[in-house]
Structure formats: C-alpha cells, structure tokens
Design a binder for this molecule. Structure first.
Ligand code: DLL
Length: 433
C-alpha cells in the first residue's frame, strides 16, 4: 500500500488552510458541545464556535495545559461517551496520577495512517521487517508504530523493551531491516553488538526510526555509522495522539508536521505571545481530526521552531526542528517522562514530611540513570542499618512505581545538600547528548 499521501502531504498552502479551517471549525463545535471544560474555558473570553471564522481566530482561544488534564482526570476531557472509546493510553502527569487519553475506532485508523506516513517518508516499505523496541503498554510508542507499520504492510516484530541479547539475536536471525526505538537505546544496542564481536555489516538493518526523547546530530552520525543504517527522527506526544505528529523524510532536515491533522503554533513560553515563522519557542498543537480526545492549543512544553521553506522531497508540510529543550522541568529518561514533582510527592509520602532532595541524571554508556539524593533528619540518618535500609527500599519502590523507572536512592545528612529556593535547580542533569 502506498502511504505517501500526496493529496495531503503535497497540498498547496491555500488548499491546506481551507481544509484546516473546515476541520478546526468542526473540532471546536465538537468540544464546545461535548466537553464541559472547553465550554467553560471558551466562555471566559466570551467565545462561541461561530467566532472561529478564519485560522487566525484560533489565537482567541485559551491554551490547554497539563494542569487542565490533571483537573479533569481521568475522563473529563473526552469528547465522546466511553462506549465509543476502543483504546486507552496514558502518560506521566506532574503528580502520581497519570494523564489518560482515549481513541475511537476512527481515531485509531487516522493515527495508524499518520504513523504509516512518517515511516514511508523515512523509507520503510511492505518489504521491511520492523523490530519495535518500545514498551508495549500504556505508552503510545509501541502500539502507535505497530499499527502504522501494519498499514504499510511491513512485517512487525513486536519485541518490546530490554532483553538486549535477545533483541540482537532476533535482529540477526529474523533479519530485521528497520529498528524502532529511542535513540539512546539504539546506541546501547550498538555497544552490545560490538561487545559481542558482531560485525554490524552482517546485519540486515536499513533504517532506524528514532523518537520519544531528545537527541542530536552527533548521535545521529554515531548511530548511523555504528549500526549501518539511515536514522530519522520522529515526534509525538500522548496528549495529542502519540507518535505520528511529525517525522523526517530522507532529506533529514526537520520533521514534517502533518498539518492536515494538527495546527502547530510557536509561542513565547513566558508570555504566551504567538511568535512569527522561524522563531524558536514552545510548540502548541491543535488537533483537527480527533474524535475521542481533541486538544485545543495544547502547550507541549517542547521548544523548537518551524521552517516553511520548500523541502526537496516534495512534501509541502512545515518542518519542525529538533526539540532543543523543554519549557518546564520535565525530564525524559530512557524515553519515559519524569516530573520532579512526582518524585517529591513520593518522598513526602514515604518520609512523612518535606525532605530536601536532589535528582541527578547521568548518561552511563548509552543509557540514562537516575539517582535521588535525599536529606533526612538526623533521626532517620542515625537509625539502625536495617531500618535505614527498609526506608531506602520503600522510597525506591514508591519512586519506581510512580515514575516507571528504576532509580537508586542515597540518604545524606540534613543540611548537606546545596540550599536553594528554586525547585528546578534540584535537578542536576549531567547528560550531554
Ligand atoms: O514519547 C510519543 C512517541 C513515542 C514519539 C515514540 C515518538 C516515538 P510521551 O511519552 O507522551 O509520548 O512523551 C512525549 O517526549 O513532549 C517530547 O518532550 C518528547 N519527545 C517525543 N519525541 C521526541 C523527539 C511519546 N523526536 C514527549 N525528540 C514530548 C525530542 C521527543 N523529544
């Protein structure tokens, strides 16, 4: 099946904007009718759906934030009754409660086609064997890409994460041609392949489709040379759909945003002001085709810029540059989003009160590690070893279960961490990507 959807991907800007406006109006009508949260939010500036007459009217609408999703947990932002929802995924929230997202049958069809598009743009065809090394579960990465690859007609190997030796064995024996993972896991695989004395040229890899976390051109060069494949970047977030919002073509010069399904805006994260084309700022996305969980002007927290210049591949849809950083304190560790506030909440509950902490993130080899250093009262610090150990274990367990990541925890004496008023400086990110 040919998934280069030229009708949509190569549209003139005029045609595209006409389509966007029709879809935007339908989406605004839908959320105004079905989602109390949006109805109330639109009422503040006194907006009714009929006020959205042109695309520029979008800026009259308020932003949607992660806090809105938290307040409406779990199903308050759904625009269809639950009986029409056929899939639920989730992602980290700022507290121990995650963000919940839902899809109708039609949403799944649209999502799979979007994923199929960026996979096609990256070079994948029905002849490929696609090994998906993302976690199958609440994370949108694995299922999203799985169904997209099936739309193309490629053979999917639903490998899941971890078990690196088995990943390599399968890669060799099944003759995997496409690796789908986080870029850091691709480097981990490259390291283990070379440790095992395997010549990567004897593998069948052609393409690597990487996303879910920030990476760099330097990492791209390293992955391409060590795994002998062509590596492309793809972007998405659960709140908006998952993977399939944007992806690189083989020109590797920014990720085409599928503008027939999403309107991207770039704003100044401090003031909310919409910035002109080309400026760097926070990406804000509005969905145009989603039924169960439409998002209006969702603040992604991702800092990037948009490039409207023509691309040699022929696609007319705008390209977003690599994500340079976040506008908030969210960390991405092995593809999993972690908020310091989640960790703080876990600490407060186990320590039964405030305890100053520091989060240290490091990249050891290719993989990220997370260490939490906690100041404890001299009472806890001087507990007998056994009690101190069970306190540490409980903390590790709680933080691990809230964040979904294995962490190491170290206790230090009260007043031994550097003092600061600002919580974000409690994070020491030593990674250089
Ligand atoms: O990570 C969806 C996804 C899965 C995209 C697999 C691509 C591949 P979340 O878990 O909700 O969803 O995390 C979304 O991850 O806001 C970015 O900060 C970051 N992110 C995703 N893709 C990229 C990328 C998935 N290509 C959050 N480059 C987003 C940099 C990325 N950061």
């Amino acid at each position: 099946m040919n998934i280069w959807d030229q009708t949509h991907e190569c549209m003139s800007r005029d045609e595209l904007e006409q389509l966007q406006l029709e879809r935007l109006q339908a989406t605004i009508n839908r959320v105004h009718k079905n989602v109390t949260h949006y109805r109330k939010k639109f009422a503040q500036p006194g907006i009714i759906p009929e006020d959205i007459r042109s695309l520029s009217d979008l800026t009259k609408l308020p932003f949607t934030t992660k806090e809105d999703l938290r307040i409406n947990y779990p199903y308050g932002m759904f625009a269809v009754p639950l009986r029409e929802v056929v899939r639920i995924h989730s992602s980290s929230g700022t507290t121990s409660k995650p963000i919940v997202v839902g899809y109708t049958k039609n949403d799944l069809r649209i999502w799979s086609n979007l994923v199929a598009r960026f996979m096609t743009a990256a070079g994948v065809t029905s002849d490929d064997l696609v090994q998906i090394a993302f976690s199958y579960g609440l994370f949108t990465g694995a299922f999203g890409i799985h169904y997209g690859a099936e739309v193309i007609g490629a053979s999917v190997i639903p490998m899941g994460t971890g078990n690196t030796e088995k990943q390599i064995m399968i890669m060799q024996d099944y003759k995997t041609t496409v690796l789908v993972s986080t870029p850091s896991y691709a480097l981990e695989l490259a390291g283990r392949i070379s440790q095992a004395g395997i010549d990567p040229q004897t593998l069948s890899l052609r393409f690597g489709l990487f996303g879910g976390e920030p990476w760099s051109e330097k990492m791209r060069r390293e992955i391409e040379s060590r795994l002998h494949l062509s590596a492309t970047d793809n972007y998405g977030l659960s709140e908006v759909i998952g993977p399939g919002i944007a992806g690189e073509c083989q020109c590797k010069n920014g990720m085409h945003v599928y503008e027939d399904s999403f309107i991207p805006e770039i704003i100044n994260p401090q003031t909310g002001e919409v910035l002109p084309a080309g400026a760097e700022g926070e990406l804000v996305l509005t969905t145009l085709t989603k039924e169960a969980f439409p998002m209006i002007r969702y603040r992604t927290g991702d800092i990037t810029s948009l490039d409207y210049s023509p691309c040699a591949c022929g696609r007319t849809q705008v390209r977003m540059q690599r994500i340079v950083r976040r506008s908030d304190d969210m960390l991405i560790i092995r593809g999993i989003n972690v908020y310091p506030s989640q960790i703080e909440e876990a600490i407060v509950s186990v320590a039964q009160g405030e305890a100053p902490y520091q989060i240290v993130v490091e990249r050891k080899g290719a993989m990220d590690s997370l260490e939490i250093i906690i100041e404890v009262t001299s009472k806890i610090f001087s507990l007998e070893l056994q009690k101190q150990r069970s306190f540490l274990e409980e903390l590790k367990k709680r933080i691990g279960s809230v964040t979904g990541i294995g962490v190491s925890v170290k206790l230090v004496e009260a007043n031994s961490l550097p003092k600061t008023e600002n919580k974000t400086s409690r994070v020491v990110d030593k990674r250089q990507i």
